[in-house]
Structures are given as C-alpha cells and as structure tokens.
Design a protein around this ligand. Structure first.
Ligand code: ADP
Ligand code: MG
Length: 390
C-alpha cells in the first residue's frame, strides 16, 4: 500500500525527519488559508497523487502571492495529471499540499527499500537528486551509494558515514546527515515500510537537510499492525476492480491484453500468462482465485474479468489439488447462471477428479465452453478464440 506525500511527511515529522511546514487542501479557499497560516512570501503548491514525476508534468508550482496560490490550486484541483508514472490515463488530483518554499542549495537522493538479494533493508544515497533514480541507476550506477543494514544490528554510525563520504559531504555536515539517516531508518522499520524515497533531499543555505519530497510504501502483510497507516489508505488511487477483488480474497491485477485468465495459485497464474504470450496472445489480467475455488469465487472471477471490455476469451486454468476439479466445474456452470459469460471460455482442469469435471462440462452442453486437454492446448485455444479464429 502506498500513501500520499503529505501523509508520509506527517509520519516523517513525528520521527524527527525534517520536512518543510505544510498543509493539505481540498479547495482553493483551503489552499489560501494554508498559505496564510504558513506565512512568508513563497509557497509551493503540489498535486497529491500516488505517482512521481509531478514536477515535470506541471503538478508542482511555485507561488509568490496568495492570489497565485489560489490560481494554482484552482488549476490543479480536479485536473487529470499525466506523469511518466501514471500511465497515459493519468490521475485525477483531488487534493493539493501547500508548503513553504525551501531555500535549495543542493539536491540529493535518499531512499530505502527491502533488498531481496541481500535479504536486508538497503539505504541508498546519490548526489543526483531531483533526477529519476531509475535513469541514474541505468546510466551511472556508480553514483548510487548503497548500504545494507542488518536489522539485528540496526543503523550504526558506519552506515551513515559510508553514505556521507560517498556523497562527498564536508566534515561539518556529516553529523547532521547521519542524524537524518538514522531517523529515516527508524521510520522505515517501525512502520513496516518496504519503500521510502526522498527525491530530492535538500541541503539548505543554512546547512540543514530537509526532505522536500516523500514517498512511502508499506508491506501489506504487516498492515494489521498499523491501524494508523491503514487509515491513510486512499482507495481512489487504486484500481476499483482490484479493490473489489480483494474483498473476495481474490488477487487480481489488470493488464492490457485480451485473454482473460482465471487460475488458482500465483505460480500457475504467472505460468499461464507466460504461455499465453508464448502462443502469441496477450493476457488481460492476472487472477489468482486462491486455493478454495468455490462457485462463488469462480463466479466473482468471471464478473471481474468481464468488467474489462477488452476481454475476447477467458482461459480457466485450474489445477485440482486440494480443490477438486468437479467442484470447480460446477462452479463454472453456477457462474454462467449468475453472470452472463458472452465470450468463449477455454477450460483446462487437471488433477483430482479431472475426469468427472470433464463429464460435467460436456453434459452441460454450454456452447461457449471449450475444453482443453493440457496447458499448451488450453493456451493455444484461448489465444485463437481471442482472435476470433475458433
Ligand atoms: P515529483 O518528484 O513528483 O516531481 P517533488 O516533490 O520532487 O515532486 O517536486 C518537484 C521539484 O519541485 C523538486 O525537485 C524541487 O525542485 C521543487 N520543490 C518541491 N517542493 C518544494 C519546496 N517546498 N520548495 C521549493 N521547491 C520545491
Ligand atoms: Mg520527487
């Protein structure tokens, strides 16, 4: 789960990670009030969406008067912002963050992620602040300094010094930097984050380090420990179909192709998408209906898949281990009664009671159900059906 910049900054603040003062605003009036409250004569109005690249896309603007604050808020609120991270459809801006303008002397990058290779959280720093870090990593990887931090030891001075020396910080700034990095580590660990990105981390004219941007992602499996973080969830930032699927314990990810997939188990779901591609098709989704594929979950699965108007065929690929194939076959028949399934459905059921399942489907005599003998046959037929060749 991800949160907005203003929420991440609120968390940062409570851990002593320095951030500029700011307030979230839902209307231009609130934006002006926020600016008045902040005082001064330079503000930054920032679109709050779950995506980076807002600055380049016109979602972060400087204001030098209260009138300008109002004008910018009016312009940003309600607009659809398209950045390199939102995809072409963009994201609707429903709130802005009004922040005091910072005195930027230098921009850095500082982030933390869970590194699966070292099996540890890793802190990363770079002098290339304000740039896309993916680009820095691809073109000049030597400009990213990394330290893996063993949670059993925690963040130590040497971790901080390695990063600080790598950034070429002068001696008198190292202490301040290490304090910042240590506070960031505490946020990451305490909140069960799996990603924090501060891009840019700035050094001000008076030698302070401040997080000018803040992105945070959390480990969903640990969210139950953090009711305060759960409350920060913004469902309007998430795919409504994925949210609906989660309510039924299904994991669904929408994709761009036209072959709908209904599979049990994440591994088989991945393999199914691979083989569809191998046969020259494009999967329309990832859908894991879980171990207990009941008639209800199968019906819900069809409904979710068919919400996507691009879907031209559905490949049901279920391996009956704990779940028996005959139950799934009945589930499919049940589902076709609950939901109108108007595209060809290729069914491959293998494992426990596969033969009984095949009889059930054959005897039902539903004309858009096509049975497949194995994985390859199923993928071929599903791809052909999507092309209208079956
Ligand atoms: P994004 O990464 O989505 O583009 P940022 O929060 O990094 O959004 O903002 C983009 C740029 O806007 C920053 O790199 C910085 O130069 C400028 N900026 C952001 N916040 C402030 C601020 N409070 N004061 C001055 N400049 C800012
Ligand atoms: Mg940024």
């Amino acid at each position: 789960m991800n949160i907005h910049e203003y929420q991440a900054k609120e968390i940062f603040r409570s851990y002593g990670v320095p951030v500029p003062r700011g307030y979230v605003a839902f209307t231009p009036d609130e934006a002006v009030k926020a600016a008045e409250e902040l005082g001064g004569n330079l503000w930054v109005v920032k679109a709050q969406i779950h995506a980076g690249g807002r600055g380049k896309a016109g979602g972060v603007k400087l204001a030098r008067s209260l009138d300008e604050v109002r004008e910018i808020a009016l312009q940003l609120l309600g607009m659809t912002l398209v950045t390199h991270q939102t995809g072409p459809e963009g994201k609707k801006v429903e709130k802005v963050y009004v922040e005091e303008g910072a005195d930027i002397q230098k921009e850095y990058y500082l982030g933390m992620v869970l590194d699966r290779a070292s099996e540890m959280p890793v802190m990363m720093a770079s002098t290339e602040g304000g740039m896309e870090i993916e680009e820095v990593a691809a073109k000049t990887p030597e400009k990213i300094i990394k330290v893996a931090i063993d949670p059993a030891i925690g963040f130590q001075g040497f971790h901080g010094r390695k990063l600080a020396f790598g950034l070429g910080l002068p001696k008198e700034e190292i202490g301040t930097f290490i304090k910042f990095a240590k506070a960031l580590y505490d946020v990451y660990m305490d909140k069960d984050a799996n990603m924090i990105e501060i891009n840019p981390l700035i050094k001000t004219g008076s030698g302070e380090f401040i997080a000018l941007d803040a992105k945070m992602g959390f480990d969903d499996n640990a969210l139950y420990r953090h009711p305060d973080i759960q409350e920060m969830r913004d469902l309007s930032e998430e795919d409504p179909v994925e949210v609906e699927a989660a309510k039924y314990g299904l994991s669904y990810v929408n994709l761009d192709g036209n072959v709908g997939c209904m599979v049990n188990g994440a591994g088989l779901a991945m393999a199914t998408m691979d083989i569809i591609k191998h046969e020259g098709g494009e999967p329309a989704n990832f859908l894991d209906v879980g171990g207990g594929a009941s008639p209800e979950t199968v019906a819900k699965g069809f409904e979710l898949i068919l919400q996507d108007k691009n879907v031209k065929s559905i490949f049901v690929n279920i391996f009956g281990g704990i779940v028996r194939c005959d139950r799934v076959a009945n589930g499919i028949l049940e589902a076709t009664k609950i939901t109108e399934v108007n595209v060809p459905v290729v069914v491959r059921l293998d494992g426990t009671n596969a033969d009984i399942a095949a009889d059930i489907l054959k005897n039902a005599g539903i004309k858009n159900i096509i049975s497949a003998t194995d994985l390859e046959d199923g993928a071929k037929k599903a791809v052909a059906a999507a092309k209208g060749e079956l």
